[in-house]
Design a protein around this ligand. Structure first.
Ligand SMILES: [Zn+2]
Ligand SMILES: [Zn+2]
Length: 158
């Protein structure tokens, strides 16, 4: 399972590099960075032929910042944790002689999905219906798939 935050890091780095000299602003159809000393535009971000392209380009840093924050809110909730599980078959079937001392195994779970399920049914963990809360959970898997692998994610970098 790829680290979701690691997938976001190159996007965040590209955004920081592109905006470190100032905000992207609209001048006519073009997108520019104005000189902080008041001498007009000192960087052209994009010369734009058709006005419909101006807004998406000019708003890209703001939109990207918001989308990154939205994804980080999700990945902040759906994080890897661990729980101890009874995994030996005789123990699960309650055919063992452990007398409440059954051996456990530490397995990865999604903290958020676990907590959600636990609120609905505090005893779900004992019933071994836990596949939906194992790590990576369906939400984490979907986010990772949408972000692409480490390699495709790096493609814009030079
Ligand atoms: Zn989850
Ligand atoms: Zn046992």
């Amino acid at each position: 399972m790829t680290d979701l935050r690691a997938l976001l890091a190159p996007i965040r780095e590209r955004l920081a590099a592109a905006t470190k000299l100032g905000e992207w602003e609209v001048r006519g159809k073009d997108v520019v960075i104005y000189d902080p000393n008041g001498y007009g535009a000192h960087r052209i971000v994009a010369w734009v032929d058709h006005a419909e392209y101006t807004e998406p380009i000019a708003n890209a840093p703001t939109d990207l910042t918001r989308l990154l924050a939205a994804i980080e809110a999700v990945t902040g909730l759906h994080r890897e944790g661990t729980r101890d599980f009874i995994t030996a078959l005789p123990c699960i079937r309650e055919e063992c002689d452990c007398e409440n001392e059954c051996p456990t195994e530490e397995l990865p779970v999604c903290r958020h999905c676990w907590n959600q399920l636990e609120q609905i049914d505090p005893y779900f963990g004992e019933q071994h219906h836990v596949s939906e809360v194992m790590w990576p959970c369906p939400t984490a898997t979907a986010v990772a798939a949408a972000l692409g692998s480490d390699t495709t994610n790096q493609e814009g970098t030079q």
